[in-house]
Write a protein of this length. Structure first.
Length: 492
C-alpha cells in the first residue's frame, strides 16, 4: 500500500512517517510533498491508495484542479487543517475524506484514523475472489475438515475473558490493519484469524495486535499464535490452538500464547478430596480458621507447576471442596437466604469462570463471610442454649429430682457441654445455680408467707427441712427462722 503525505511542515511529515513504521501499518511506500504542484505529480505517477493532505496548502485557485487529481488518482483521503471552520469541513465532505483532523494533532487520534483508512483496504482485499484452493484453506470448512492442508496458513485464535465481550473483538478485528492478507472467522465464543504469506513465528504480530487492543479496550484478551506448518491441516492447527487457549485457566488473559513443550499435555490430578483432606477441611471450617483456609487454597491452586492438570479436573476438585462447605453450612443452618444465593453464585463461578485465580479469590471472599456468619450463629446458639437451660431450671427447680442430665437433655446438649457453656458465660456451676434459684424462692416465701419451714423446703425442691436449713445457712449465714424474723423486724 502507498501513502502520500502532502504537508508543508517537514516535521509533521517526519512524525507521520515514524507513526506508520512504529505501528507496523501495512504501508510499504511513503511519499512526501510540500506543494500542490508536487502533490499532483506524485498522485499521477504513483497513484497511492491513501493521501494525507493539509487542506490549508490548497489555494482557492488550485482547488478545482486538485479535486480532479484526488478523484482520479487516489482512493482514500485524510484531511488536516489548522482552521476548524465550516468551510474546511465542506471541503473534506466534497472529497469524501475518511476524517478531518485539526492541528495540533494527537498521535492516538492520527493512529486511529490511519488504521481506519487502511482497514477499509484490508476488508476489500478479503472480499476479492480467491482461487479454489485458497478458498478452502481460508474458510470455516478448513477448521473442521481433515482434508485441507495448512501449507502457508498461520493462525491466530483470540478470546476475551468475559464471554459477553466476544462481539467487541469481532468488531475490532474487522477494522484492524493486518500486515498480511487475513480471513477473520468468528465462532461462538472466540475468533479465528487465518493469515497467508507469513514469515516468522507470529509472536511479534500477535503482541502488536494485543497492544493495539489494550490501547482501545480494557477487557482482558488472550491470543494464541501458531506459525505456518505445512505438515498439518488447518483443522489440526485449530485444535492445537484451542488446546493452548485452555492454559488461560491457569495463566490468565492479557497473554500471547505460543506452542511450548510444557503445554503439550495435561498431568494427572485426583479431582476429589482424599479422606485426610476432607478431615482437614472439616477442622479448618469448624475452627473458623481463615488463614489456614487461605494458605491451603493458594498452595493447592495458585502455584501449580507445568504441565498443568486438565482444567475440568480442577473444576471438579473445587466442587469437591464446595461439598464440604455445604455440609458446614447445614450444620449452622446457613443453607438458605442470602448465604444460599452466594453459595450458588460460587458454584456458577467454578463451572464457568475462565480464570482459576479469580475463582479462588471469589471462593475465599465467600468463605470469609460464611465463617463470620457461622461464628455469630454459634455464639447466638450457645447463648440460646444457656438461657433455655436457665429457664428450664427456673421452671422445674421445685422438683427434687432435677439434675444436670435432665436440663442438658431439655436443651439438646450433653451434660458436660452444657456445664462448660454455663461456667464459661456466668462462671457458675449447675449445682450452684440450682441452689441459688431455690434459695431465692425460699427467701420470698419466708418473707411473704406464713408457710412452715417444712412446707417451704418442700416447695423449693429440698427433700427434708433439715437439709434445707443446712443449705440455707451455708448460703445466707443465717437459718430460715432467723431470716424470717429479720424480715419482719424491718420497717414496712
Amino acid at each position: 500500500m502507498k501513502l502520500l503525505i502532502a504537508e508543508r511542515d517537514e516535521n509533521e511529515s517526519a512524525a507521520i512517517r515514524w507513526l506508520v513504521s512504529a505501528y507496523s501499518l501495512p504501508i510499504h511506500h511513503v511519499y512526501t510533498a510540500n506543494t500542490v504542484e508536487r502533490t499532483m505529480r506524485i498522485l499521477e505517477k504513483e497513484t497511492p491508495e491513501l493521501l494525507y493532505i493539509e487542506l490549508d496548502m490548497v489555494s482557492h485557485d488550485d482547488w478545482e484542479e486538485m479535486t480532479k487529481y484526488v478523484r482520479l488518482f487516489c482512493q482514500k483521503v485524510i484531511a488536516v487543517t489548522a482552521e476548524a471552520t465550516f468551510a474546511r469541513a465542506k471541503q473534506a465532505i466534497e472529497w469524501q475524506c475518511v476524517d478531518l483532523l485539526v492541528k495540533p494533532l494527537e498521535p492516538a487520534k492520527l493512529k486511529q484514523c490511519l488504521q481506519k483508512a487502511v482497514s477499509s483496504f484490508v476488508r476489500q482485499e478479503h472480499l476479492h475472489p480467491l482461487h479454489s484452493n485458497d478458498a478452502e484453506r481460508y474458510s470455516y470448512r478448513s477448521l473442521f475438515s481433515e482434508e485441507v492442508e495448512a501449507a502457508d496458513v498461520a493462525l491466530l485464535l483470540l478470546q476475551t475473558e468475559n464471554p459477553n465481550k466476544w462481539r467487541d473483538i469481532v468488531s475490532f478485528l474487522t477494522q484492524y490493519p493486518f500486515r498480511y492478507p487475513t480471513r477473520v472467522l468468528p465462532l461462538s465464543n472466540m475468533v479465528v484469524c487465518l493469515l497467508s504469506g507469513v514469515s516468522g513465528d507470529m509472536k511479534e504480530e500477535a503482541w502488536k495486535l494485543l497492544r493495539d487492543w489494550e490501547a482501545e479496550c480494557t477487557e482482558p484478551l488472550a491470543v494464541v499464535a501458531l506459525p505456518p506448518d505445512g505438515g498439518q491441516t488447518v483443522r489440526a492447527q485449530y485444535q492445537t490452538a484451542r488446546r493452548l487457549l485452555e492454559t488461560t485457566f491457569f495463566i490468565g488473559y492479557r497473554q500471547v500464547i505460543a506452542p511450548a513443550p510444557e503445554y503439550e499435555r495435561w498431568k494427572e490430578l485426583d479431582p476429589f478430596l482424599t479422606p485426610e483432606e476432607q478431615r482437614k477441611w472439616i477442622d479448618m471450617l469448624h475452627r473458623f480458621d481463615k488463614q489456614a483456609i487461605k494458605t491451603w487454597m493458594q498452595r493447592e491452586f495458585l502455584h501449580m507447576p507445568t504441565p498443568f492438570p486438565n482444567p475440568e479436573m480442577v473444576r471438579t476438585r473445587l466442587t469437591s471442596i464446595l461439598a464440604q462447605i455445604r455440609r458446614f453450612m447445614k450444620t449452622y443452618h446457613l443453607d438458605r437466604g442470602e448465604t444460599e444465593r452466594d453459595y450458588m453464585r460460587i458454584f456458577h463461578e467454578i463451572l464457568y469462570n475462565r480464570v482459576l485465580y479469580r475463582i479462588v479469590q471469589e471462593m475465599l471472599l465467600f468463605l470469609y463471610g460464611l465463617l463470620d456468619r457461622a461464628k455469630e450463629a454459634e455464639e447466638q446458639a450457645r447463648a440460646d442454649v444457656i438461657e433455655k437451660g436457665i429457664r428450664y431450671i427456673e421452671e422445674y427447680f421445685r422438683n427434687p429430682d432435677l439434675t444436670l442430665e435432665k436440663v442438658a437433655a431439655a436443651v439438646g446438649r450433653s451434660p458436660a457441654y452444657y456445664s462448660h457453656l454455663l461456667m464459661k458465660k456466668y462462671g457458675i456451676s449447675f449445682r450452684k445455680l440450682l441452689t441459688q434459684t431455690r434459695i431465692k424462692e425460699a427467701k420470698r416465701l419466708l418473707a411473704q408467707t406464713e408457710l412452715s419451714i417444712k412446707e417451704i423446703a418442700y416447695q423449693t425442691g429440698f427433700r427434708t427441712s433439715h437439709y434445707f436449713t443446712r443449705v440455707f445457712k451455708e448460703e445466707t449465714k443465717r437459718t430460715p427462722t432467723e431470716y424470717r424474723d429479720e424480715q419482719r423486724k424491718e420497717p414496712q
